[in-house]
Design a binder for this molecule. Structure first.
Ligand SMILES: [Zn+2]
Length: 482
């Protein structure tokens, strides 16, 4: 049976973390870890008589994002009131945009299975973040709800895609790419918790569009969409109709649940914000912003392959995150062989980080640690296996690789007498494997494993293999002649 067509669109809300103040007042935008309700003023609390003033830098940042996403930038932008009631929204409306957003008709390219796929961007606009509801324990068990308005009025950029993504995995790839672009622009710090949030909509085989809200991380996007896809397919198999609705992703239980039947746009009673005049964006202003755009991930990928001679696939992984690409370039500047450094980062370091569930900035490894490790392998001080073993330690301990080698005696065994002794001992102790190896050469690899274990990975597996092969051959001949 042919896979039914899956269409996924994303609505990404991203805090503009480069701003010092909120979108419409001069309260500090940095609310994390602060005493609740201390970064507030009459404007962000929506008190009568207060008036919003647009943060000019926020408009500039939004224009940067629109340009980086290849959008047409508007010559005139207008703020609207989006009316709804919720305790985190003291004004009972959110200042957002409706017609005349900052950018429209953009595109982002993804590498999907070795080919380039275009994801269309419907719009990019500015709006304010609501406050934060705080519960005692879980939402359902909390006896009360508290509200902290420090976040109310922080600038958000909303990025809406067309439903061009065809799998949960593609959705995750898109978010990674978007984050990397925003990080390269410097408008967004991906290490801040909750700075990027995402809603998504998904439909299967032309069925109704289901919105899934409250997704907090890239991993959760993939999980939530995978669940929703399965749920919709099962309903269709049973011949049930899929109704248009908004569902909530319950991270703990790993399911989506009905939140409400989807409201229509008209329910928000959008109208132009009467306290703010439309803003003209002159071609000169847009050009000036364009000239400040830094190197973005696509261009950086090309440069990495040219400058360091690394493979395109590895360069693509490196630019998927700005901290990762920065880390590589700093390490490469200290490495004798940048190609080896790239391979080590992509194929070994990322695996180790994944194993510990750490992001690079959370780990203790520095670019000079990595350069030292790669250089020591190059110089023949340690084996590649030892370097991998050391990496698992350094990522969490931050120890210096050269000191670690001295302290733990991890130097590669260069003395062939020591190596021969280890080989002899294994041949002596692993009689069963030796006999099997005489019949089947593949078993020699088991014996290599024993020698590596005995020497704490300090030997070159290829060399050990050659030595063992030769010894097994000799044993075979002596058996045959006996
Ligand atoms: Zn304020």
């Amino acid at each position: 049976m042919e896979e039914p067509e899956v269409k996924i669109g994303l609505e990404v809300h991203c805090q503009v973390t480069s701003l010092k103040t909120k979108l419409f007042c001069s309260c500090p935008a940095d609310y994390r870890g602060k005493q609740p309700n201390t970064h507030v003023c009459p404007t962000c609390l929506g008190l009568p008589g207060s008036l919003p003033v647009v943060n000019k830098k926020a408009v500039e940042e939004a224009v940067k994002v629109a340009l980086a996403l290849n959008c047409q930038v508007a010559n005139r932008i207008v703020f609207y009131r989006k009316n709804y009631f919720y305790p985190d929204l003291p004004k009972n409306f959110q200042i957002s945009q409706y017609d005349y957003p900052v950018g429209v008709n953009g595109k982002v390219y993804l590498d999907v299975g070795g080919r380039k796929k275009e994801i269309r961007i419907r719009r990019v606009h500015l709006e304010e973040d609501p406050g934060k509801l705080v519960y005692k324990g879980s939402i359902t068990e909390s006896p009360y709800t508290l509200v902290d308005y420090n976040r109310a009025g922080v600038a958000l950029i909303e990025i809406v895609t067309e439903p061009d993504l065809s799998s949960p995995k593609e959705a995750r790839l898109f978010l990674q790419r978007l984050r990397s672009i925003l990080e390269h622009l410097g408008v967004f710090d991906g290490s801040l918790e909750g700075a990027m949030r995402c809603d998504s909509n998904i439909s299967v085989a032309g069925g109704a569009r289901i919105e899934v809200k409250n997704i907090s991380s890239f991993k959760e996007v993939e999980r939530a969409l995978t669940f929703e896809l399965l749920r919709q397919r099962n309903l269709m198999k049973m011949g049930r109709k899929i109704e248009r609705e908004t569902r909530h992703w319950d991270e703990v239980r790993g399911v989506t649940v009905t939140l409400r039947v989807k409201e229509e746009e008209m329910d928000y009673r959008y109208f132009p914000e009467p306290d703010l005049v439309p803003i003209e964006l002159t071609p000169e202003f847009i050009d000036a912003v364009k000239r400040t755009l830094p190197e973005l991930p696509d261009a950086r990928k090309d440069r990495l392959t040219r400058q360091y001679g690394i493979a395109e696939a590895e360069a693509a992984v490196l630019v998927s995150s700005k901290p990762l690409a920065d880390f590589f370039e700093e390490a490469a500047s200290m490495c004798k062989d940048p190609v080896k450094a790239a391979k080590f980062v992509v194929h070994t370091l990322l695996g180790v980080l994944n194993y510990y569930g750490l992001d690079l900035p959370e780990s203790k490894i520095t670019p000079s640690h990595l350069a030292e490790l790669v250089n020591m392998v190059e110089e023949g001080v340690v084996t590649e296996k030892t370097a991998k073993y050391m990496l698992r330690d350094i990522v969490v301990s931050g120890r210096s690789p050269r000191r670690m080698v001295d302290e733990e005696g991890l130097q590669k065994i260069a003395d062939s007498a020591v190596l021969e002794e280890a080989v002899e001992r294994v041949l002596e102790e692993e009689k069963e494997d030796v006999e099997a190896a005489m019949k089947d050469e593949k078993v020699i690899h088991h014996l290599v494993g024993h020698v590596l274990k005995l020497t704490k990975m300090r030997t070159d597996p290829k060399m050990v293999y050659e030595m063992l092969k030769e010894r097994i051959e000799r044993l075979k001949t002596s058996y045959a002649s006996a």
